[in-house]
Design a binder for this molecule. Sequence first.
Ligand code: GLY
Length: 576
Amino acid sequence: MNQLKKLLSLFLLFTFCFLLFSPVTAKAAWRDPVRAQHAIVASQSPFAAKIGSDVMKKGGNAIDAAVAVAIAMAVTYPEAGNLGGGGFMLIRFSDGRTTSIDYREMAPKAANRDVFVDKDGNLIKGEGSSTVGYRASGVPGTPAGLEYAFKKYGSGKIKWTDLIEPSRLIAQNGFVLTNRLANLFISYKGNLEKYEDSKKIFLNNGNYFKEGDSLKQPELAQTLARIQQFGAKGFYEGKTAQMIADDMKAHNGLITLEDLKNYKVREREPLKGTYRGYPIITMPPPSSGGIVMLQTLAMLEKFDIRKMGWASSEKYHVLVEALRRSFADRAEYMGDPDFTTVPLTQLLDKTYLEKRAATINLSKASSSQEVRAGEVQIKEGMETTHFTVIDKNGTIVTNTYTINDLYGSGVTAKGTGVLLNDEMDDFAARPGKPNLFGLIQGEKNKVEPGKRPLSSMTPTIVLRKDGTPWFALGARGGPRIINAVLQTVINMIDHDMNIQQAIDAPRIHHQWLPDEIMWEPFGISDDTRKALESLGHKFTERPNYVAQATGIAIEEKTGVRLGAIDARGDGEAIGY
Ligand code: GLY
């Protein structure tokens, strides 16, 4: 009996110690990243992550995988994955070279500064506006961007047609809709049902899809087959281009055959900076994301963020003050560098940013009016998607692409299965005059033929101090992207989180105007909020999620690839 008691006490003692010291006890507070020995894809579409991982298993590199992922998302993630939009691909090769591929949409030739205002100078709403219908679309860049990346940086071991084939088959044979996707179509029926092909494909001709139904996209499968056969020309010329141009012409749209044929990819030198000695590689203009993030980080470097604590009012105060200053610069100075001078050197100059940081008063919020005269409202589509890939050699691709709002302009070009973007809304629709919100937008981002609209997409790679890659990420969510990426970087560097914790942790958003802090549900404590209010900060009436990030990291000692999908969204990290 005594023996039994002894055994039982030992067992209880062991259990107590296990619960006390095992990391398992702490796991309720966070998720671990997904681990893979050689290569990993983190994508908001599980189908796409699997297709990309398989490409690398067969010997393809991260660029091959990224191309396959982007094509797969165009089929399996129609809210944001696309052929009819554009984006940015940031690459760091295993030998340390870096580049970025800008395949942002271009304004059609017939577009001009006043294309979205009526004869009385008022902003056009509904059809004919910059957000919905045929006129809202810029010339898509995705097919050209993917082909450019493949031809210049692909491994040469996987054929173009083989990268597309799994996705073409899914488009042709269908895939099973999750509850989220089936309901999302219905949520967007207001726009989708206005356009015949969108209604047919995504609303099942009015017999709305349910969870478990299969979504087949035979026209998209045929478009993909033409891209398989002719490369990007299978989109920009020939039958697909003709169908897009005809549909545009029939509906008073702007994009012509000539616009499609003249689409140009740009390869750009990435922006480089540091935060507390960690090198950061990010996207240059026409994205504002990289500059705004580097400016904000440079201002934050002047403060001991680690000591302030992760979600303290003190930290949030200086973060908001820094954001207020960098977003004000965004509005005034940023646009397409092919059309306007963006004073990059001055904006990222350490002395300039030190002076900006020195105007932050630790005991009082400044107002956005006093930070810069003039009012600029940053209103951008909130929906985009990001994926990140690392291959077995350590080459990283971090790619954000978009059709702007969910389901873009709502238009599926007749006969092509291709949903078109509403990226024209990322231009200032009425520069110098109040927009729909009574506020004024900047001249540098006015509509001009052939110009690319200013973006917030922020694909980013961070290195360790010894120059080896540490983590890479990006996000969806319009201007909130910048904050999701920025705060993940801070979480990793200042707060020692792992990539999954850093992405999942609650965050805030401020973009200069409107002058208010956006907060997340259960993302800020009441007393932190009160402390910030007592400094003069204002909060949005309702909470909202601050973007959705997707990233990878490399474990320091083992080189294991770690993948992380934001708890705010869906997706999967898959590797081998
Ligand atoms: N359309 C969202 C962005 O480019 O930032």
